[in-house]
Design a protein around this ligand. Sequence first.
Ligand SMILES: [Zn+2]
Ligand SMILES: [Zn+2]
Length: 147
Amino acid sequence: MPRTLDDSMKGAKKSISGHCLCGAVRYELSGPLGELHACHCAQCRRQSGQQVISTHVKRSQFSLTEERGLKWYRSSQGAKRGFCAECGSSLFWDDGGDEVYISAGSLNQPTGLTLARHIFVDEKADYYEIDDDLPKFANYDRPLGSD
Ligand SMILES: [Zn+2]
Ligand SMILES: [Zn+2]
């Protein structure tokens, strides 16, 4: 049975906005929001200082309402990371595909979202443990229910 909008919106608000620490980058997302992933990869760690928990939306559901501070860093051949050049907040991950990834920490509360999985666990730093029972992936695994 095809998923309905209502199914995929379970627990998530229809639209949500967010911004960087200083407000020089602001955005709005219209649902449905993808499940939250905690990424433990070395790139996320170095850029944000720790694991990055992010949601994702279709590109058409992502809109910038303030981009004065927005800068993009080409972090790999296929992807770039959006951050605020004024306050340093790490905000977006974009590989040019159908979806844009947004750091959950920049979302306005409440998000109605819950953490669903851990990815790139093989690159996790050695100074913390993952002590929940959520699914863990050695690298990236295409999220279920993201389309
Ligand atoms: Zn900022
Ligand atoms: Zn990562």
